[in-house]
Design a protein around this ligand. Sequence first.
Ligand SMILES: Nc1nc2c(ncn2[C@@H]2O[C@H](COP(=O)(O)OP(=O)(O)OP(=O)(O)O)[C@@H](O)[C@H]2O)c(=O)[nH]1
Ligand SMILES: [Mg+2]
Length: 396
Amino acid sequence: MKPVDPVITPERIAVVGIGGGGCHAVSTMAKQWEHGPVLIAINTDAQSLSSNQIPRRLQIGEKITRGMGAGGDMEVGRLAAEDDFEALRDLFREIDLVFVVTTLGGGTGSGAAPIVARAAREGGSLVIALATLPFDFEGTQRAALAGKALAELSDQADVVITVPNQALAATAGEGATAVDAFQQADYILGMGVLALWKLLVQRGLMNVDFATLRTVARCSGGFSVFSYGEGRGAHRTADALESALQSPLLENGQALAEAESALVSILGGPDLTLREVDTLMAGIRNFCRKDIHLTMGTTIDPLWHDTVAVVIVASQYWRPDEEEEPASPPTPEPAPAAEGTPAQSGKRRKRSGTTQGQLGFDAIGKGIFKDVEPTYRNGEDLDIPTFHRRRATLEK
Ligand SMILES: Nc1nc2c(ncn2[C@@H]2O[C@H](COP(=O)(O)OP(=O)(O)OP(=O)(O)O)[C@@H](O)[C@H]2O)c(=O)[nH]1
Ligand SMILES: [Mg+2]
C-alpha cells in the first residue's frame, strides 16, 4: 500500500485540558509524546494551573472566581469561559483540529468545556471531545451534573467520546490504588488522543487524512466510546486485540457490537506486518455488525518497535446524510444560555431524529442480543444497548 502524504501538521492540532482533571490528563500527555500537537491547559483555579508544566495555560473567569476554581458549580464554569470567550477564540486561530479533554462532574470542566468547544468550532476547527464521567461512588448529584454537561458538550463538539472513570479504573486491575487508577486513566486518555492525531500526521501503512476524519466525525452521531489495547513480544497482536475488545471501556465489547460506525487506529513499529494488521482488523470485524461503517488507519513509529497498540472509537450512529448548515457570523459576546439550555453555536449540524438534550434511545432495541438470555451485571441488563444504559442514567 502506498503511503499517503500527511495533510495536517501537529502545529495545527490542539489538545486542550479543561478543569482540574482535564489539565492533569493533558500534562500527562505532555510526558507521553515529545513532538506532538499544541497542548493547552485551561482552568479557573490559578494555583492548580500554575503547578501545571504545560507552557500554554489560560486562566478563565478571574473576575468571577478570583482564581479559586468553580467550586463544583457548572454555572460558574460556564460564566468563566464566556467571560474570556475572546481569549478562547484566539487560542484556536491557526488550529484545524481540537481535542477537548475534560473530566465532567466538577464546575470548571462541566461548565467551560461546551463553551471552549463552541469557541473552537466558531473558528472553523473540528472538535473531538473526550469527557470522563464521575465514578459511581461520587454519587447521583455529580452524575446528573455530568449528564447535563455532556448534553451541552455534545451540542457543541463534532464528536464526544465518553469515558466513564469507573471503567477507566477497572482497566488498572483489581488491586490498583487510587493513584494507580488515575495514572492509568490519564495514560489511556493520552493513548486515545495520540492514536487519532498520529493517524493524521505520521506516515503509516494506511493513513487517514483530515477530510476522512472530518467525515467520520460529522456522520457518526454525537456519542462515542473508545477502548485501548496494547501488546508486546510474540503474542502482541492477540494481546492488543483482546484487551481492546474486552475492555471495560467498551463494556467488554458490547458497545462495539452495537455500533453503527467505528474508527480503528493501529500503532506499531517498523516490524509490524500486514498479516498482523489483517488479524487485528478481522478480529475487530468479527465483533461488529455486518453493516458497520469501519474506517481504519495504521501508523508506524520506530518508538513502537516490538509493540502493537489498537484504539477503537465506536459510535452509536452513522448518518451520511447529515447536512451542514451554513455558519452564522461569530458572536463575540454571546448571551449566557438560560439554565438547562445549551448555548447555540454559530455552526450547527442538523441531527436527524435527535434534538438538543433529547437522545434518540427509545427506538433502540436489544439489537443482535434480542434473542439471547438476559445477562445481568451490577444490576444492569447488559443486553440493553450500552449507549442507552449509559445515557439513561445521566439526567440533563
Ligand atoms: N480521569 C480523571 N478524572 C478526574 C481527575 N481528577 C478529577 N477527576 C474527575 O473529574 C471530576 C471533576 O473534578 P475536577 O476536574 O477536579 O473539577 P473541575 O472541572 O476542576 O471543577 P471545579 O474544581 O469545581 O472548578 C471529578 O468528579 C472526578 O470524577 C483525574 O486526574 N483523572
Ligand atoms: Mg478544579
